[in-house]
Design a protein around this ligand. Structure first.
Ligand code: ADP
Ligand code: MG
Length: 245
């Protein structure tokens, strides 16, 4: 029973040494919601995502996934991570594996999925991201946009319930951004619960249910993208938007 709440973060604090990176973060994401996270470099966006899929461990506070309170003492974090897929700015594909092998890898080695089944599912996912014709190609032969779509297929291969995207299009040439955003939009339309760090305001307006502005480790403002971007309530949000738009 989780009442449709997929992510619940309460009073989350995280420090790195003397640096207090996340300060009393509260955030609740319901099933099939898409949330965009914006904020200046260093404001803690990546750390927040990493705490939600346990690549970083919180100092204090609560992180619940699918209604369950997750603690390293009581949970196998690798199992939790299967539920929470993540796509990074840099694609981190295995260079010595083909596109198909990249997508098959985690289901086989982490989920112990039979190879033939993993292959069938990987092919279906490559079809979904429009890369069926690239299955035998090595990543070095792909464009950045194609690499990122493989990375998305690879994350989806674990059948996550939640997908986190950390600036998925920031490393791409402008002409390749659209194809990746289109893939993400399709995923959102299928009902995937998503948290997306992005400064692609067009995407945020079109796809996100709500948006969050972070500043120096705090959530400063939350709102509908249209309202947050066009008519921010907080001076700090306004200043930030003036600097990026
Ligand atoms: P953003 O994604 O918004 O740019 P980050 O979450 O990456 O922000 O970083 C927030 C702050 O935490 C930055 O000052 C960054 O240098 C620091 N930081 C992030 N990861 C680490 C780490 N592993 N060790 C030490 N400091 C870190
Ligand atoms: Mg970041």
């Amino acid at each position: 029973m989780n009442n449709g709440i997929m992510i619940n973060v309460e009073k989350l604090n995280k420090t790195f040494g003397d640096l207090h990176v996340l300060k009393d973060i509260d955030m609740t994401v319901k099933q099939s919601e898409v949330v965009c996270l914006i904020g200046a470099s260093g404001s803690g966006k990546s750390t927040l995502l990493r705490c939600i899929n346990f690549l970083e461990l919180k100092d204090s506070g609560l992180v619940m996934i699918g209604g369950e309170k997750i603690e390293k003492e009581t949970h196998d974090l690798n199992e939790v991570r299967v539920k929470v897929g993540m796509v990074f700015q840099h694609f981190n594909l295995f260079p010595h594996k083909t596109v198909l092998e990249n997508v098959m890898e985690a289901p086989i080695y982490v989920k112990k999925c039979p190879k033939e089944e993993a292959k069938m599912e990987a092919r279906a996912l490559l079809k979904k991201v429009g890369l069926s014709d690239k299955e035998d190609v090595y990543p070095s032969k792909l464009s950045g946009g194609q690499k990122q779509r493989v990375a998305i297929a690879r994350a989806l291969a674990m059948k996550p319930e939640i997908m986190l995207f950390d600036e998925p299009t920031s490393a791409l040439d402008p002409e390749l951004v659209g194809e990746v955003l289109a893939t993400m939009k399709e995923l959102a339309e299928e009902g995937m619960t998503m948290v997306v760090v992005t400064h692609e305001m067009g995407f945020a307006r079109e796809v996100a249910d709500w948006a969050v502005y972070m500043h120096e480790g705090r959530i400063v403002e939350v709102g509908h993208p249209e309202q947050l971007f066009s008519n921010p309530k907080e001076e700090r949000t306004k200043n930030f938007l003036d600097s990026v738009l």
